[in-house]
Design a protein around this ligand. Structure first.
Ligand code: ZN
Length: 465
């Protein structure tokens, strides 16, 4: 008899954390952070004792799947962590960045609270960079290879399969003994969009008794990738030829590497007008170095025409700007600059400085290539704000604004259905990691198209499998 408790990503898309218990062994799958509206849940105590968890299996390095691991360690977890080596490398970058942001944010709030005499009421950061260091140095990490069989403990084994979502991502097939029979449960993590841009397609899952599947886009289809790429290339060429500049807010992991891959392709094919491309994000630069280290896992398309230095993401016009001075230096360029900078949703980071310097000029273009959540500056611009406020200054928006959909790292409804349709002997399906409305739609489509019943998992719900 096995049970699963879900402590996140239930009727929402963040906070992934599932606890599987088989014969007294406690196996956690992901320990992610809540983001957006539910952020406050991160500070709550875990609903279990972290010291009791024997193993943590990580599907991939996105913050909503790894973001609470340092908290877990801080509060007593001493087990082993399993993650592909690319996931481990990316997780370190992502967790350090998250710790830094939380610590800086705390310092700012602390100064304000001091002036009001309310400093004792402040909630401390979830963890600090030192806690992240401990997570990697004091805990034993094991790096499974894709498609290899591992025995976790007596009677429990697993295989990581390539999920094609971000570098290192995996879905996990976990097998255990139940009254003498071997049973398999699959945790999808986040499964990729078959766009073959930087990462190969999602692997097939051939057999499972039980499936926990993400449903981020359970209610919609993405626009075809070739159309997306055409839109992207058109804006770049048009803006640069008209002596403008292009600003692209981008997430550091995966989206940035996809853009670099496309821009390099344009450069190699002679489609890119004379310009300079700036990757103005230290975090994206670090993430790109990890992608480079695992070049053998990237698509042929991405590896074609690799230059003599052997680096996948370099081409003549590309400049990585590390220091704040180098970043400020971009402001002196009048035209012909393509600037990729974070944060992806524009609620901070170097992109806001570039907006201040360029968004008021109608020759320029802002290109959104990722989701913009409610309440972010990115969303405000996408929704057509004529004025934005940056660092206390009102700035008019005259640059052209472009929203390019279709770059998603997640499978769409059709993609998830196709993946599930290949799984043999599937008996139970549980929907996680999706907004409730999207999950309801997916549940009915799953019944209609594949004749499978699914259950939408609730927060803290205990499922017997
Ligand atoms: Zn993800």
């Amino acid at each position: 008899m096995a049970t699963i408790h879900s402590y996140g990503a239930t009727k929402e898309v963040t906070g992934s954390c599932h606890l599987l218990e088989v014969d007294g062994v406690k196996i956690m799958i992901d320990c992610g952070m809540f983001q957006g509206e539910d952020e406050d849940k991160n500070a709550e105590a875990f609903y279990f004792n972290p010291a009791d968890i024997d193993y943590l299996l990580v599907t991939h390095a996105h913050l909503d799947h790894v973001g609470r691991i340092p908290k877990l360690v801080k509060e007593g977890f001493k087990g082993k962590i399993y993650a592909t080596s690319a996931t481990m490398d990316l997780a370190e970058i992502i967790l350090l960045d998250s710790a830094k942001i939380m610590t800086e944010d705390f310092q700012t709030r602390y100064k304000k609270a001091l002036r009001k005499g309310k400093e004792k009421r402040l909630t401390k950061p979830l963890y600090e960079p030192l806690d992240v260091d401990k997570t990697f140095k004091m805990i034993e990490w094991v790096n499974p290879e894709y498609d290899e069989y591992y025995e976790l403990c007596e009677g429990v084994s697993f295989i990581y399969r390539n999920a094609g979502h971000i570098l290192g991502s995996a879905f996990i097939e976990l097998s255990y003994m139940d009254k003498g029979d071997s049973k398999t449960i699959v945790f999808s993590g986040d499964i990729g969009n078959d766009n073959e841009l930087v990462l190969p397609d999602l692997d097939r899952c051939s057999k499972a008794d039980t499936l926990y599947v993400e449903t981020t886009y359970g209610d919609r289809e993405h626009q075809p990738i070739e159309l997306t790429i055409k839109e992207f290339k058109d804006v770049i060429v048009k803006t640069i030829e008209a002596k403008g500049n292009v600003l692209i807010p981008s997430f550091a992991v995966e989206r940035t590497q996809e853009l670099l891959c496309l821009l390099r392709e344009m450069h190699e094919n002679g489609e890119l007008p004379k310009c300079k491309v700036f990757l103005d994000s230290p975090m994206a630069t670090r993430a790109t170095a990890v992608y480079r280290n695992y070049a053998q896992e990237l698509t042929n398309r991405c590896q074609e025409n690799v230059q003599e230095d052997g680096t996948v993401f370099n081409f003549d016009s590309l400049i990585y700007t590390e220091t704040p001075e180098a970043s400020r230096g971009i402001n002196d360029i009048k035209s012909g600059a393509i600037i990729i900078a974070g944060s992806g949703m524009c609620n901070g980071g170097r992109i806001t400085h570039h907006f201040k310097h360029r968004i008021w000029d109608k020759r320029n273009a802002v290109v959104f290539v990722g989701f913009q959540a409610e309440g972010t500056l990115g969303r405000e611009i996408v929704e057509g704000s004529k004025w934005i406020n940056i660092f206390g200054e009102d700035i008019i928006v005259k640059a052209s604004i472009h929203t390019i959909n279709g770059f998603s790292a997640h499978a769409d409804q059709d993609g998830i259905l196709k993946w599930i349709s290949k799984i043999e002997e599937l008996k139970k399906v549980f929907l996680v990691h999706g907004e409730y409305e999207a999950q309801k739609v997916f549940k009915s489509v799953l019944k209609e198209k594949l004749n499978l019943d699914a259950h939408i998992v609730g927060f803290k719900e205990k499922i017997l499998i």
